[in-house]
Design a protein around this ligand. Structure first.
Ligand SMILES: [Zn+2]
Length: 102
């Protein structure tokens, strides 16, 4: 029976990790969510679902009708250092290379 809980914890942690990365959470944040899920899935998963629901509602509103702004919530890989960053910053947060070409 314990092995089942362990498997559930691992699967839940992997899912949370993948989902937080997909939503553009920073690495440290994804790791914290995944670790929390692994140890207390019953507490963390409902809380995560609740806050990600709030978050997506908040994120979806200003995006309507402005398809060019969709990139601001996406994970983009820096062409210079290969690290992922969120949004559409002027400079890569990892290697500080200027990303905007206009
Ligand atoms: Zn970079």
């Amino acid at each position: 029976m314990h092995i089942l809980w362990l498997v559930m914890g691992i699967l839940g942690a992997l899912w949370i990790f993948w989902d937080t990365r997909k939503q553009g959470y920073p690495w440290e944040s994804s790791v914290r969510w995944a670790v929390g899920t692994f140890f207390v899935p019953a507490a963390v998963i409902p809380f995560y679902l609740f806050q990600s629901n709030v978050r997506s509602k908040y994120n979806n509103q200003p995006k309507r009708g402005k398809p060019q702004d969709v990139t601001s919530d996406m994970q983009v890989r820096c062409v210079h250092c290969g690290e992922f960053y969120q949004g559409n910053p002027e400079r890569c947060p990892h290697c500080k290379t200027v990303l905007k070409d206009e």
